[in-house]
Design a protein around this ligand. Structure first.
Ligand code: HEM
Ligand code: HEM
Length: 173
């Protein structure tokens, strides 16, 4: 079975790990803010992990251009939908972190980070559209990501065409 290149496979799974971490860190920031426990370090860690998702995605696009990718397994409508879902995932993996950056730049988070002073962190994000956009995009990513995982499971357990082997470093014997 033709596979993705090693570096693309590594970046795919590393992105998943970073995404899960960014999601939990983002949610805990929101909880901390409502409970008066928000810290500069908390924001910095979320921004670094979320920023890593953006960098990994840009790197992955470069790797994909250089290494190529295995062709779609078939030419059915579902195969076309799967390719569309992949494109949408790439778009979300770029736009979601950028909306986070916009949120920092257009709210008091930016000021608080520059001054290193947690008391300047905003209690609310009223009048900061990027905050709502960031939250909506997280939910869109969860829905589109779930579709992608369901598709992979369908291939693996219903169609049984061993598609997972394309995205795994080691071949199952
Ligand atoms: C793909 C990566 C990212 C994911 C999955 C993610 C996820 C989240 C989640 C789940 C929240 C909580 C939303 C809510 O319930 O209000 C959040 C909030 C936030 N995120 Fe991200 N984020 C990512 C990237 C970034 C980046 C790169 C930045 C900044 C450069 C950023 C800045 C923020 C800020 C400032 C908040 C508001 C926290 C608060 O409510 O006080 N995020 N993010
Ligand atoms: C348990 C979770 C996941 C599983 C089992 C999984 C599985 C797979 C598999 C088997 C492929 C190869 C599909 C093919 O050859 O046609 C693939 C490709 C891909 N995956 Fe995932 N994936 C998971 C999570 C994610 C997540 C969270 C994202 C991004 C948010 C993602 C983004 C992508 C993209 C963009 C491709 C297309 C690669 C390309 O052709 O450029 N995956 N995934």
């Amino acid at each position: 079975m033709e596979k993705y290149s090693k570096r693309i496979i590594i970046v795919h799974w590393l992105t998943l790990a970073m995404l899960v971490a960014a999601w939990f860190l983002g949610d805990s920031l929101d909880d901390a803010r409502h409970g008066d426990g928000a810290t500069i370090a908390g924001y910095m860690v979320h921004i670094l992990v979320g920023g890593a998702v953006l960098l990994l995605t840009l790197l992955r696009i470069v790797f994909r251009r250089a290494d190529g990718a295995p062709p779609p397994l078939g030419d059915t409508l579902l195969d076309k939908v799967a390719t569309g879902v992949h494109h949408l995932l790439y778009l979300l993996l770029i736009v979601l972190p950028l909306s986070g950056l916009m949120q920092v730049l257009t709210s008091d988070v930016g000021k608080a980070l520059m001054a290193g002073d947690a008391s300047l962190l905003p209690k609310k994000f009223t009048g900061v559209p990027a905050h709502a956009v960031h939250e909506i995009l997280v939910n869109v990513l969860i829905v589109v990501g779930t579709l992608h995982v369901l598709g992979a499971f369908k291939h693996q357990f219903v169609t049984k065409d061993n598609i997972m082997a394309r995205m795994l470093l080691r071949d199952k014997k």
